[in-house]
Design a protein around this ligand. Structure first.
Ligand SMILES: [Zn+2]
Length: 321
């Protein structure tokens, strides 16, 4: 019985795995790439002074896809949206999130890259805040019982002070499933930026549900390391271009729901703070966009090459056996 089970398992594995090999016998680990520009349509995402996260993410996503297509014409690239709409032209945010994941899963994606912008603070650019700008001492008389004392008090001067919105840099998110890795920072509740404002009411996997538990295990075993590898490369490339590196972070909340819903390695890249005047201008400029796209492309190239080297090595090993 046990033998029969493994024979069936072997045939199934062969059936699914064999089309992945090209004629030369070398496996092609990356065949279908899903690019997911965050937000869109009625959901503008975070707002900058001149633009929205939805539009900046779309511009970068399209340019990224073009660059990848030129370098790897054999690679199938699918976008969850290519215009300023919610994916699938849907009007419901949750439905549009599901659409993103379904598109990736139904097309047997090998990698899912979501592009977003970060945001922090009260307003894009900065804001006025009432602050103490000076104090003048004076002497006042305090009465305590029958005695009186002289005491120094201060007269405060207030003014509306311009507070620059300074948060900046890039970060890449991974779906985290109870996985403690020293290399990755788990984001503390008070350090949330960007995707926290997702209005999604979609529920997250429930670890007490056996079916969900299996799905989470599959993600951990098959996709976590790969996602981490790509995320590391992305942050390295941003750092090489002089960007502020906020690191690879793992989160498991609704803001990155789509990462756990895709049955493939997946990352969510926050390309910069749209709330920071300087970074918004950089993300809107042709030079900035070229650099960001170049960074992500180089990271993807490294990721792809590493997968291919590993796959070629394992094919060689199995041939020797
Ligand atoms: Zn976003």
């Amino acid at each position: 019985m046990r033998k029969l089970f493994f024979t069936i398992l072997g045939s199934i594995t062969f059936f699914f795995v064999s089309p992945l090999y090209s004629q030369s016998g070398a496996p092609k680990p990356l065949r279908t790439l899903i690019i997911d520009p965050g937000h869109g349509g009625q959901d503008p995402g975070a707002r900058g002074m001149h633009s929205t996260e939805a539009n900046v993410s779309l511009a970068i996503s399209l340019k990224l896809g073009d660059t990848i297509a030129k370098a790897y014409p054999e690679l199938k690239i699918l976008y969850t949206r290519t215009t300023d709409i919610l994916p699938g032209n849907l009007t419901d945010l949750d439905a549009s999130l599901k659409y993103r994941a379904n598109l990736a899963n139904e097309n047997n994606g090998d990698l899912f890259i979501a592009i977003h912008c970060n945001s922090a603070g009260r307003a894009a650019g900065g804001w006025y805040e009432r602050r103490v700008v000076g104090k003048t001492p004076y002497t006042k008389t305090v009465k305590k019982g029958k005695k009186t004392y002289k005491q120094t008090a201060y007269k405060y001067e207030y003014d509306n002070v311009w507070v620059e919105n300074k948060a900046k840099g890039t970060e890449t998110y991974l779906w985290a499933i109870g996985k403690n890795d020293a290399k990755i920072n788990s984001v503390a509740k008070n350090d949330f930026t960007g995707e926290i404002d997702s209005t999604s009411t979609l529920s997250l996997p429930d670890p007490s549900d056996p079916a969900e538990k299996v799905r989470m295990l599959i993600y951990t075993q098959n996709f976590f390391r790969k996602s981490l590898q790509l995320a590391d490369y992305v942050q390295q490339e941003f750092t090489n271009s002089g960007r502020v590196d906020r690191g690879v972070k793992q989160r498991n909340d609704k803001g990155i729901w789509v990462l756990q819903a895709t049955a493939m390695p997946s990352v969510l890249i926050e390309i910069g703070f749209i709330s920071n005047k300087e970074e918004e201008e950089y993300m809107l400029s042709p030079e900035g966009q070229k650099e960001i796209v170049g960074n992500i492309f180089t990271a993807l190239k490294k990721y792809k090459e590493k997968l291919e080297t590993k796959a070629a090595m394992s094919a060689e090993n199995s041939e020797k056996k």
